[in-house]
Design a protein around this ligand. Structure first.
Ligand SMILES: O=P(O)(O)OC[C@H]1O[C@H](OP(=O)(O)OP(=O)(O)O)[C@H](O)[C@@H]1O
Ligand SMILES: O=c1[nH]c(=O)c2nc[nH]c2[nH]1
Ligand SMILES: [Mg+2]
Length: 161
């Protein structure tokens, strides 16, 4: 991914440590539920958060739904490349995990497919916030979040905070 910042005015680079702490905090917020049937990770961004949450909540059943919407920082048409075919009852008692909700376009699409799943993200921007049931950190709409899996370690130093 290019490090050139385009439209968003603010850069929000996230380190692995921050991501790990926030994913654990999200897991603890979700721990009250009696019994989740499993986790559905929205790939690819939801994969690492889902792995951390699965460990923390001792959930061993992990499904995926593959959704693509962005090419670098430009949003295009939503495409579901793989459905969560093993999930029944519209996702009832399943945890749906993504890294973030931005415009809410991805979340709205996935919610139509899995209306009863509990949708949780680590980060939320205002335009999509109402589409998620649980999130940890809100950032403003004009912020671009840089995740550690998209950065070389040295890139943390190059992106102005
Ligand atoms: O709220 P929205 O404006 O729809 O944006 C949020 C979605 O965009 C990113 O995924 P992306 O399509 O970039 O694919 P990726 O998960 O493979 O990086 C992110 O992981 C969310 O799934
Ligand atoms: O890495 C990312 N950071 C973001 O802020 C964002 N918004 C949508 N998709 C995104 N991907
Ligand atoms: Mg994604």
């Amino acid at each position: 991914m290019s490090n050139k910042i385009q439209n968003p005015e603010k850069n929000f680079p996230v380190t692995w440590e921050e991501l790990h702490r926030n994913a654990k905090a999200l897991a603890w917020r979700l721990a009250d539920h009696a019994k989740w049937k499993g986790i559905i990770a929205i790939t690819r961004g939801g994969l690492v958060p889902a792995a951390i949450i699965a460990r923390e909540l001792d959930i061993r059943v992990v499904e995926t739904i593959s959704v693509k919407s962005y090419d670098h920082q430009t949003q295009g048409e939503i495409r579901v490349l793989k459905a969560a075919s093993a999930v029944e009852d519209g996702g009832k008692d399943w945890l749906l995990i993504d890294d973030l909700v931005d415009t809410g376009k991805t979340a709205a699409h996935v919610r139509k497919l899995l209306p009863h799943a509990h949708f949780a993200t680590i980060y939320a921007k205002p335009a999509g916030r109402t589409l998620v049931d649980t999130f940890i950190t809100e950032v403003s709409q004009d912020t671009w979040i840089f995740f550690p899996w998209d950065l070389l370690p040295v890139s943390y130093l190059q992106i102005e905070r």
